[in-house]
Write a protein that binds this ligand. Structure first.
Ligand code: BGC
Length: 780
């Protein structure tokens, strides 16, 4: 990069232009300066796919398996390919900066954004994260590693003070960021929280001292959205860009004034602008610099997602070869998530895919007509209603499926009208200016007679009409976090008696609060349904009459999301009871867990098999079916420890004075739990074949491990090396081995260059396998 040419552009700018460039110019953009050939940089969330600048089902994105799933492949090469696919999506959407990957750690399984992070282990996180960054950037798009640093949980995330000791900070929490910077990351996002007393957007020691000076980071430090709450302190500490630049921004004019008054040196501003120009040059947004190579989403993208989801799936238990399923004549597919499948978590990571394949769809396709599927949800654990299904709607203007969304100004004049293929709407910015009222209307044709439940979901003033029924309410969010208030708003339910086949008008009127930066509202719905006891009994009866039962349980995006942590690891609602009852009715009960973060599985010894499917993205249902029938190997291994109970689980909740004490030091995850506290250890995961570990040798920082496929199928093994020293254990490296039945293969594992020396090195299948000792060598 020819820096002198960047400096020439800088020299052409006025102070106002420079500072305004550093302050968001819209929710997702920086301002263009055509005079110097600078186009407006466009940013987009996030780690599960590239949403783009709107939250709108008309602008679809590929929905990837959640990041923990990606880490479960333990395969940096795959993470790089998936990163490149993200980059391709960004290019197709005109996005220059992707706000991903999230590389905070799984300090506690209760962390709300656990599903968005890779692992509890810093080395695995660093290796997968760095590979993802390389992949995204190979497409000419900036990756933004976030949230720097200590944003490992969500409760009071805007204000808590993570008290992290030097060793833990260095060895655990900074490590993934350091490796991402070494891998060449072009952007870093500063977190909301404080670390050791100082807000991360004002933390000179970490932003300038560590990130920019010690690691030599030459990219842009962007704030998390609204995380900058000061002018001089944040600008002086090393922040480069304030997002999203709301009218209340502490930068823009206030920063210009601070420079004029001599409270912020102009050289500091110049350094920030240079960084933004460098970023623009890197992503092809600055004239006179080479365009990145042309990259577009490949035609096999869906196949890549399906394959990645299968590679990520972790077979936790498989008794007597219960899996792969042996072409059952009649299969009961039970469980709430079989029907209302969680392909992704909630919060800013959300994207709008053009389709989601559920496990029922996948199994139907995979098993074909030879198998009868009996589908029963069994229980209703979802705290909120799903959006009104499109299949029941007729949009009044076009006669097609969907909802008409009209925007009116204060005088009642229609300013914009949209045909939407959704019944739930999110605007982060993007509400037509001058809007005083939004009306969503459709005609709904009930599929059955009975009491139908509708819900207004949102915060603000609403009026809902369904046929002759009318409800007017003001809903107030019960949480302070702005993202949570927006994306997990309160709900007001209304029951209406309707006749099958007779269309009724449904209309929701919404008055947005003045000057709100966003809005989210919608019409929820569920059809007349039996009482839960009856639904559960029907599911058990279906299992009893079937050759095998697949029970799909899990969480949802009301449980795993942003702005709050989980308060329990238990599956929501009566799902545990459902699994036990089904297992008692049918010995061939296979449980598929559809969740991003660990849940307790008190029934795990009662069932024949447990397949952990994660939040596997839009093609997830096909991937689950592939693994269940054995068309694909369950390739995943746990990148995080699954606790047996709440015993030993760290709390994400700060003390009353706002401090969150990382008192455990470096002892998180597998370094923290006793064996009795663990249900499934870090690294665990079965395959459909068996392996023997034959030898381990080490030389020059590389371990060579030979494994032998002793089973009757080709397989995939994640060979793991751990270092033991002074009573502690840590991951030293890993590699993926693939071998045909009967074959041996030797993998080379690049060892972590920061291993304690001397140490004992052991290779095997999971951290607990190794406590009892398998292949071992000592390095000193
Ligand atoms: C999240 C970030 C995200 C940003 C923009 C914040 O609330 O913490 O991860 O990139 O919003 O959506």
């Amino acid at each position: 990069m020819d820096e002198s040419r960047l400096r020439e552009r800088l020299a052409d700018l006025t102070l106002e232009e420079k500072v305004h460039l550093l302050t968001g110019d819209g929710f997702w953009t920086l301002r263009p300066i055509p005079r110097i050939g600078l186009r407006g940089l466009v940013m987009s969330d996030g780690p599960s796919g590239v949403r783009g600048t709107t939250w709108d089902e008309r602008h679809t994105s590929l929905l990837f398996p959640n990041p923990t799933a990606l880490a479960a492949t333990w395969d940096p090469a795959l993470a790089e390919r998936i990163g490149r696919l993200n980059g391709a999506q960004a290019r197709d959407k005109g996005v220059h900066v992707q706000l991903a990957p999230t590389i905070n750690l799984h300090r506690t399984p209760l962390g709300g954004r656990h599903f968005e992070n890779f692992s509890e282990d810093p080395l695995l996180t660093a290796r997968v994260g760095a590979a993802f960054v390389k992949g995204v950037q190979s497409a000419g798009v900036a990756a933004t590693v976030k949230h720097f640093v200590g944003n490992d949980s969500e409760t009071a995330r805007m204000s808590y003070d993570a008290r992290i000791g030097e060793e833990a900070l260095d060895e655990l929490y900074l490590r993934p960021f350091e490796e991402a910077v070494k891998a060449g990351a072009w952007a870093v996002m500063a977190a909301y929280n404080k670390v050791n007393g100082t807000s991360m957007t004002e933390n000179r020691e970490l932003l300038t001292g560590v990130l920019k000076e010690r690691w030599g980071f030459d990219g842009v430090v962007v704030s998390d959205w609204t995380a900058i709450r000061s002018t001089e302190e944040s600008a002086g500490a090393g922040m480069d860009v304030e997002m999203p630049g709301l009218p209340t921004s502490p930068w823009r004019d206030r920063l210009v004034e601070a420079v004029r008054a001599g409270r912020v040196a102009e050289e500091l501003i110049d350094d920030k602008v240079l960084r933004v120009l460098r970023l623009a040059a890197r992503v092809g947004a600055l004239d006179g610099f080479p365009d990145p190579p042309p990259v577009t989403t490949p035609s096999d993208a869906r196949a890549q997602l399906r394959e990645a989801a299968a590679q990520a799936a972790v077979l936790l238990r498989n008794e007597n070869g219960a899996l792969p399923l042996n072409a059952p004549r009649r299969l009961a597919v039970i469980g709430p998530n079989a029907v209302r499948f969680s392909a992704q978590g909630g919060g800013s990571a959300h994207v709008n895919p053009d389709r989601v394949v559920t496990p029922v769809d996948g199994l139907r396709r995979a098993l074909g007509d030879g198998t009868e599927l009996i589908v029963r949800p069994g229980v209703y654990p979802h705290p909120r209603l799903a959006p009104l299904p499109l299949a029941l709607t007729t949009e009044p203007e076009t006669g097609e499926r969907g909802v008409r969304l009209d925007f009116f100004d204060a005088g009642g004049t229609l300013i914009e009208s949209q045909h939407r293929k959704a019944a739930h709407f999110v605007f982060l910015g993007g509400i037509p200016s001058g809007t005083a009222r939004i009306v969503a209307r459709t005609s709904m044709t009930p599929a059955e007679d009975g009491v139908h439940t509708f819900a207004i979901a949102g915060a603000g003033e609403y009026e809902l009409r369904v046929a002759e029924t009318r409800a007017a309410v003001t809903l107030t969010p019960d949480h302070g976090d702005p993202v949570e208030a927006l994306l997990r708003p309160p709900e007001h339910r209304v029951e209406v008696d309707l006749k099958a086949g007779a269309p009724v008008p449904v209309e929701l009127r919404y008055t947005p609060a003045p000057r709100s930066f966003g809005a989210a509202f919608g019409i929820g719905y569920h059809e007349p349904r039996p009482a839960e006891d009856d639904a559960l009994a029907a599911a058990v009866a279906a299992a009893r009459d079937a050759d095998a039962a697949v029970v799909v349980v899990g969480t949802n995006d009301d449980v795993e999301s942003e702005g709050f942590d989980r308060t329990s690891l238990a599956l929501p609602g009566r799902q545990d009871e459902l699994v036990s009852a089904v297992a008692a009715a049918n010995p061939r009960t296979v449980v598929v867990v559809n969740a991003g973060a660990p849940v307790l599985m008190p029934w795990r010894d009662e069932v024949a098999a447990v397949l952990w499917a994660w939040l596997p993205g839009q093609e997830g249902g096909d991937a689950v079916a592939d693994v269940l029938i054995g068309a694909a190997e369950p390739g995943g291994r746990l990148p995080t420890t699954f606790p047996a109970s709440h015993d030993g689980v760290l709390s994400p909740v700060p003390a009353e004075d706002g401090t969150l004490d990382y008192a455990e030091g470096t002892a998180i995850g597998y370094r923290h739990y006793t064996s009795a506290q663990v249900a499934y250890p870090f690294g665990h995961g079965l395959g459909y074949t068996t392996w023997e570990y034959e030898s381990l040798t080490v030389s020059g920082g590389v371990a060579e491990v030979t494994v032998h496929n002793t089973g009757s199928r080709a397989g995939r093994e994640v060979v793991q090396c751990y270092a033991f020293a002074g009573g502690t254990v840590r991951l030293a490296g890993s590699a993926v081995a693939e071998a045909a039945p009967g074959d041996s293969v030797t993998v080379r594992i690049t060892l972590d260059e920061r291993l304690p020396v001397p140490c004992a090195l052991r290779a095997g299948r999971s951290v607990t396998d190794l406590r009892t000792g398998t292949t071992r060598t000592d390095i000193g």
